[in-house]
Design a binder for this molecule. Structure first.
Ligand code: ADP
Ligand code: MG
Length: 374
């Protein structure tokens, strides 16, 4: 067990790293963040901020020397960086788990090997594979770059082999996955933690509403049958076991209009759809990440109240800082801003949660507060 007073390393300085840093420091740990950006949201909250590239040998030496254990908030940390560090200090999750989620093709194969279903897909590595892939997957489809996509970026909807060929060019002829575009009834996600002893603990399932490929709102508990909740939690645990995962992770699911539960993707880190845990659970996903990293017993994941989380994207900042008056006046709304200097359209700048014993009221209030923003 790594106890408070030790220093924990965080690879990545975004909002997920920031909320980890706050949770860790609250428990009495020191935190050292590695991120190339000198103004990174997590770096500003940390005891130490090394601004260097993720492969910088000197920076990695600093982390290995000073940290009792190291984790990440970003799946695209180079696996070599994790391996290099893991020779000297515990790194959780490990390089292999991250590698499986860095590439959509590898990820989907891993999901199927674990005995779970995904949308029909084919790998497209070159232009001459487009035709056969499109025939196999069916119409309509989505071409997604295999690596480095997020928040719906690097994805193109296609309705013909020709459109798919153009999309492949547009994405820069990089390796892609072509996936059937499904009729979705609802999307849900499960955040869970797994300890080095194999103990798994799931959070309440979130129902997720996306706009333009980016998460807009999470409603918890999800309005799906109990059997679906159990099926999703079992699937998430099966994936954590298949990855031999130690740490906190999330699994996104599709539920089709025909009622089929499919795994969409795995995030080897805290998840946007788990931000509700900060305000509505006994233990937040970030505290749980600290606990998993340090080998502490897990905290209770129970939901204290129905809750709705809404993302605040940079689009709201077009005319300067939004007027937070109404949000701050609501007695059951909780505002979280990430301290990012530059507000770009689509950039996650913050979120808020609304808690209410009546779920319908929480949803109505969240929508009203969001609509009142610019
Ligand atoms: P990202 O890594 O950007 O989150 P996702 O694959 O999760 O990529 O896609 C983002 C969103 O786009 C999904 O949450 C879903 O709303 C929509 N989407 C993605 N793939 C499909 C699909 N095959 N069918 C229908 N909708 C999809
Ligand atoms: Mg996603």
């Amino acid at each position: 067990m790594i106890l408070p007073g030790h220093t924990l390393g965080m690879l990545g300085g975004g909002q997920l790293g920031r909320m980890f840093t706050v949770a860790a420091r609250t428990l009495g740990y020191r935190v050292m963040v590695l991120d190339p950006d000198s103004g990174s949201p997590a770096g500003r909250m940390a005891d130490d901020h090394v601004h260097a590239a993720y492969g910088d040998g000197w920076a990695l030496d600093q982390l290995a020397q000073r940290c009792a254990a190291i984790t990440t908030e970003f799946e695209n940390i180079p696996a070599d960086t994790l391996r290099h560090l893991a020779d000297r200090v515990p790194v959780r999750p490990g390089a292999a788990a991250l590698e499986h989620t860095q590439n959509r093709a590898r990820e989907k194969h891993m999901i199927r090997r674990a005995g779970l279903d995904t949308a029909p897909f084919e790998v497209v590595a070159s232009a001459d594979q487009v035709e056969a892939a499109f025939q196999s997957v069916g119409d309509p489809a989505i071409l997604k770059r295999a690596a480095l996509g997020y928040d719906g970026k690097g994805q193109v909807s296609v309705d013909s082999a020709e459109a798919c060929r153009r999309a492949f060019e547009r994405l820069g002829r990089v390796p892609c996955v072509l996936e059937r575009k499904l009729d979705l009834a609802v999307e849900i996600s499960v955040v869970l933690s797994r300890g080095s002893d194999g103990v798994c603990l799931c959070y309440p399932v979130a129902e997720n509403i996306h706009r333009g490929g980016i998460l807009h709102m999470s409603i918890v508990p999800a309005r799906v049958p109990d059997a679906t909740v159990r099926e999703a939690c079992d699937a998430a645990i099966a994936l954590a076991v298949a990855l031999d995962y130690v740490g906190l992770m999330a699994v996104e699911f599709f539920i089709t209009t025909e009622g089929q539960l499919l795994v969409n993707e795995v995030a080897p880190r805290p998840h946007n759809s788990g931000h509700f845990t900060l305000d509505a659970c006994i233990t937040s996903q970030f505290e749980q990440q600290v606990r998993a990293l340090c080998g502490l017993p897990f905290g209770d994941t129970h939901l204290l109240s129905p809750v709705v989380m809404v993302n605040l994207l940079g689009d709201l900042w077009t005319d300067g800082e939004p007027d937070w008056g109404m949000l701050l006046s609501h007695p059951r709304a909780k505002l979280h801003l990430y301290g990012k200097e530059e507000a770009r359209p689509g950039r996650k700048m913050g979120h808020f949660c609304v808690l209410d014993t009546h779920q319908d009221q929480a949803i109505a209030d969240a929508e009203r507060l969001f609509d009142a923003l610019p």
